[in-house]
Design a protein. Structure first.
Length: 73
């Protein structure tokens, strides 16, 4: 079981995805955070989640892929 209390305010930041699951958690946190979140190491996320940017954008997420910063989420 899990007990989750919230909400906690999250602030956007530069972060690194070290594996698939951590990357997915960072994407979710970035979508909930105030401000801009840059996730580096997105190859882990893209390997496990096909067309994640397109799918999240289709449901209203403000998420783009950038070659300069790898990904702006």
């Amino acid at each position: 079981s899990a007990v989750i209390s919230g909400p906690a305010k999250l602030q956007g930041s530069k972060v690194t995805a070290t594996d698939l699951r951590a990357g997915a958690a960072l994407v979710i946190a970035g979508l909930l955070a105030e401000g801009r979140t840059e996730i580096h190491g997105v190859e882990h996320i893209e390997r496990g989640y096909s067309k994640i940017i397109e799918k999240l954008s289709a449901i209203g997420a403000d998420i783009t892929r950038s070659s300069a910063a790898e990904t702006n989420i």
